[in-house]
Design a protein around this ligand. Structure first.
Ligand SMILES: Cc1cc2nc3c(=O)[nH]c(=O)nc-3n(C[C@H](O)[C@H](O)[C@H](O)COP(=O)(O)O)c2cc1C
Length: 201
């Protein structure tokens, strides 16, 4: 029997291999809003990732409200500037300066942020959430959308204040914040090192 609630599968516009090689971290978006139905399709792709003991230990916070995204970006920059972000301590380098510049928006003005949060269910929850994250990003790529993980925002997202505002229960952890939008241009590929093979017996 078919489930009437189930969102449609993503249109197959690209093979998995093509999506792997075409996905880029996109940092420039159009202002066009992403429809709820599209977001549901991406979430459905995310939850088809494998999970340890099939626990499916995740839940999602979706933020499309511009004011909320801007306030969150400001808070991310504040934590960086004051050196109170334990994940990104002050380095005094150009990257740090760029991230705290007044014109910088931590979410690159993308209209949608999807935060993958993990339930405290065991040692593989973080891995499960990141597998879901990659599924989501590849599905987005196959639909012509751009994505970028915004690790810079993890500390702010896990503060009690933001968890409360975003409805993330205290016992859950925000692991993978991913912006989604329509790319406003081409993003060149970032070169990769060759795989380092330690053993091949
Ligand atoms: C865990 C994680 C955190 C990241 N955090 C940020 C971030 O805060 N801001 C950003 O612009 N890119 C971020 N990125 C994107 C990486 O910079 C990007 O994946 C890398 O440069 C390779 O480029 P590509 O994704 O286009 O292949 C993050 C990626 C990962 C996996």
């Amino acid at each position: 029997m078919t489930n009437p609630q189930k969102p449609p599968k993503p249109e197959v516009s690209m093979s998995v291999i093509d999506a792997i090689y075409h996905r880029r971290s996109v940092r420039d978006y159009t202002t066009q809003k992403i429809e709820q139905a599209v977001i549901r399709t991406l979430l459905d792709a995310a939850v088809h990732a494998p999970t340890a003991v099939h626990e499916e230990p995740w839940a999602f916070a979706i933020i499309q409200d511009k004011d909320t995204l801007n306030r969150l970006s400001d808070n991310v920059k504040e934590l960086l500037a004051h050196g109170t972000d334990p994940i990104h301590p002050p380095s005094g380098n150009h990257t740090q300066d760029r991230f705290t510049a007044p014109e910088f928006n931590a979410f690159y003005n993308a209209g949608t942020l999807i935060v993958i949060c993990g339930k405290p269910l065991g040692p593989f929850v973080i891995s499960d959430c990141w597998l879901a994250a990659e599924n989501l990003m590849l599905a987005a790529c196959a639909k012509g959308l751009g994505t970028c993980v915004i690790g810079l925002s993890v500390t702010a997202l896990n503060t009690p204040e933001w968890k409360k505002e975003l409805g993330i229960p205290a016992e859950m952890t925000a692991f993978a914040p991913i912006i989604v939008g329509i790319p406003s241009g081409e993003t060149p590929p970032v070169p990769r090192k060759q795989p380092e093979i330690l053993t091949w017996k």
